[in-house]
Design a protein around this ligand. Sequence first.
Ligand SMILES: *[C@@H]1O[C@H](CO)[C@@H](O)[C@H](O)[C@H]1NC(C)=O
Ligand SMILES: *[C@@H]1O[C@H](CO)[C@@H](O)[C@H](O)[C@H]1NC(C)=O
Ligand SMILES: *[C@@H]1O[C@H](CO)[C@@H](O)[C@H](O)[C@H]1NC(C)=O
Ligand SMILES: *[C@@H]1O[C@H](CO)[C@@H](O)[C@H](O)[C@H]1NC(C)=O
Ligand SMILES: *[C@@H]1O[C@H](CO)[C@@H](O)[C@H](O)[C@H]1NC(C)=O
Ligand SMILES: *[C@@H]1O[C@H](CO)[C@@H](O)[C@H](O)[C@H]1NC(C)=O
Ligand SMILES: *[C@@H]1O[C@H](CO)[C@@H](O)[C@H](O)[C@H]1NC(C)=O
Ligand SMILES: *[C@@H]1O[C@H](CO)[C@@H](O)[C@H](O)[C@H]1NC(C)=O
Ligand SMILES: *[C@@H]1O[C@H](CO)[C@@H](O)[C@H](O)[C@H]1NC(C)=O
Ligand SMILES: *[C@@H]1O[C@H](CO)[C@@H](O)[C@H](O)[C@H]1NC(C)=O
Ligand SMILES: *[C@@H]1O[C@H](CO)[C@@H](O)[C@H](O)[C@H]1NC(C)=O
Ligand SMILES: *[C@@H]1O[C@H](CO)[C@@H](O)[C@H](O)[C@H]1NC(C)=O
Ligand SMILES: [Cu+2]
Length: 558
Amino acid sequence: MVQISWLRAAVLVLCILPALVDARIRHYKFDVVATNVTKLCSTKPLVTVNGQFPGPTLYAREGDTVLVRVINHVKYNVTVHWHGIRQLRTGWNDGPAYITQCPIPPKQSFVYNFTLTGQRGTLLWHAHILWLRASVHGAIVILPKLGVPYPFPKPDKEEVVILGEWWKSDVEAVVDQSTKLGLPPNISDSHTINGHTGPLASCPSLQDGYRLQVESGKTYLLRIINAALNEELFVKVAGHNLTIVEVDAIYTKPFKTDTILIAPGQTTNALLTADKNPGTYLITVSPFMDIPIPVDNRTTTATVHYRNSSLTTTALTTIKPPLQNDTSIATSFLDSIRSLNSKQYPALVPQTVDHSLFFTIGVGVNPCPSCINGSHIVGAINNVSFVMPTVALLQAHYYNISGVYTTDFPGAPLSSYNYSGPGPKNLQTMNGTRLYRLPYNSTVQIVLQDTGVISPESHPIHLHGFNFFAVGKGLGNYNPASDPAKFNLVDPIERNTIGVPTGGWLAIRFRADNPGVWFMHCHFEVHTTWGLKMAFIVENGNGSDESILPPPKDLPKC
Ligand SMILES: *[C@@H]1O[C@H](CO)[C@@H](O)[C@H](O)[C@H]1NC(C)=O
Ligand SMILES: *[C@@H]1O[C@H](CO)[C@@H](O)[C@H](O)[C@H]1NC(C)=O
Ligand SMILES: *[C@@H]1O[C@H](CO)[C@@H](O)[C@H](O)[C@H]1NC(C)=O
Ligand SMILES: *[C@@H]1O[C@H](CO)[C@@H](O)[C@H](O)[C@H]1NC(C)=O
Ligand SMILES: *[C@@H]1O[C@H](CO)[C@@H](O)[C@H](O)[C@H]1NC(C)=O
Ligand SMILES: *[C@@H]1O[C@H](CO)[C@@H](O)[C@H](O)[C@H]1NC(C)=O
Ligand SMILES: *[C@@H]1O[C@H](CO)[C@@H](O)[C@H](O)[C@H]1NC(C)=O
Ligand SMILES: *[C@@H]1O[C@H](CO)[C@@H](O)[C@H](O)[C@H]1NC(C)=O
Ligand SMILES: *[C@@H]1O[C@H](CO)[C@@H](O)[C@H](O)[C@H]1NC(C)=O
Ligand SMILES: *[C@@H]1O[C@H](CO)[C@@H](O)[C@H](O)[C@H]1NC(C)=O
Ligand SMILES: *[C@@H]1O[C@H](CO)[C@@H](O)[C@H](O)[C@H]1NC(C)=O
Ligand SMILES: *[C@@H]1O[C@H](CO)[C@@H](O)[C@H](O)[C@H]1NC(C)=O
Ligand SMILES: [Cu+2]
């Protein structure tokens, strides 16, 4: 008798426990290894996590703590960035090498430890050193808290769809060659969809692309991630519209589209309903580039296949990808995205601005005696090409190590010119490890102005440690007198990465409520390498929970 009631009590406790303690600790082990990826026709090993390309999906729920032990088995220094995770007070775990941490040397390990506070949706993790993120990347899926539904009809099934870029050569050899010669890096040899180049690549052994199996009448949530290095991508599915419900782990007002545009570092959740005639439908992934510079212009394909329908190629329903330079398709997609801004998920747009910054973003040309032309292209923000330090900036800030950085990053260009025009005669830039200091909880507006130096170009800018609201944009030069009146301060999209329009400007706002050192850079790896990057220092606040936490004990040193 006694034993049975004890058992009953235990069963009861076990049933109630998960509901009470719904925030969990999720453990992951990431072995960074060199891998021969058999689905790619190459003998060059890729650097991967756990031998997988793309890497493992990190699943967790809002409120969970994630512990990832990263063990470096390759010859390169390694770090991993949890792209879009806010890292409230835990900037040590953000991952950009020499910004928040020294890299993990070969044969050593580090445990990333962070809590998923106030975020749910799709994000991505990727290496944040050298060009290793080409193959060291994967999805982060943050489910809502237990019992909290999505603000859209529950899909029957979910699928992670990761887009990438792949080189037949070792990608580190590609960037090394480019740096040495002072020439743009070789473009990739294929785009990839979940690690498949698709049957259209010029590689005879590649027969099969990625296939999404669907059942008639069911709805699928596609968690689409652009993990490519240097290319914004269009995604289309033949015969089907997609309903966008979330970007960068922020719910959107649902809208229908036949084409998605996604920049490197961005994520897009789309519902696909299998409500067409059973068959096989082509998915196309192709680049968006609206200026004449070389990109990997191959269209990579995958298929949506209705179960039990014929799989012969004659039954394939095809589709034309957009023209590479179709700015109007790109713009109409981007202009459709609005924050859901519901009672449960409000858009907390800063209505006033404490720090109003104006940043020109683009390229310049500096002398390079060892380069082929005696000069090389550099990237710059407000004419400053960022020089990477050899001590991590967050350490230097936390321990007051002097001589690592200065805090005189200009809040506006030092000399003005017709930014969206061809630019000044002197294309040289300054260089320096210059940071911009922000008081805790101040509100910040940054107008990102593309420059026409050499050529205008759309730059996907990524801010670490925060989401920002994209309150306004336009073509040509920003006009501080007339443009702010057109800002959307009600339901603009909130995200962590956004393209500044080619030859135009974009205004973003955020609240600096996360103390630490936070990187901001172009998410085209080539432009980051060239120096299109800077960092903010956000000071500690006065409250007990407004300071950066002490560093983890196993943080690598340099
Ligand atoms: C990868 O393939 C190459 C060539 O076939 C082989 O020499 C090498 O040992 C393989 N590496 C791994 C990690 O399997
Ligand atoms: C993870 O970090 C938290 C502080 O944010 C700390 O309390 C906890 O002990 C850490 N866990 C491990 C396993 O290091
Ligand atoms: C880059 O492309 C050039 C021209 O096709 C080729 O000669 C060179 O070997 C490539 N570099 C690498 C590192 O693959
Ligand atoms: C190098 O110089 C040549 C000839 O002046 C020019 O055509 C080319 O665009 C230059 N390349 C770069 C990367 O500056
Ligand atoms: C997609 O949506 C557009 C606009 O609502 C509509 O014109 C088109 O017919 C739809 N296409 C499909 C395949 O449902
Ligand atoms: C694709 O790019 C290659 C190399 O840059 C170029 O030769 C080719 O004409 C381009 N194809 C199209 C359809 O634009
Ligand atoms: C598909 O085929 C399987 C067996 O081949 C069958 O059990 C199933 O009912 C079929 N489904 C549909 C939707 O026709
Ligand atoms: C876009 O590219 C197409 C084909 O390459 C070309 O005919 C057209 O003129 C281009 N459009 C613009 C606006 O540059
Ligand atoms: C950028 O800085 C360089 C080096 O100081 C200077 O020569 C150049 O005129 C500056 N350009 C602009 C647009 O301020
Ligand atoms: C920065 O600029 C100075 C002067 O132009 C130059 O001597 C130095 O090598 C540059 N440093 C870097 C890291 O580019
Ligand atoms: C940050 O500022 C806002 C608006 O002024 C204020 O409501 C909020 O309490 C502040 N938060 C902290 C932690 O100081
Ligand atoms: C790895 O990083 C350390 C510390 O910054 C540096 O001293 C070392 O040269 C790097 N090693 C490699 C292989 O790049
Ligand atoms: Cu860029």
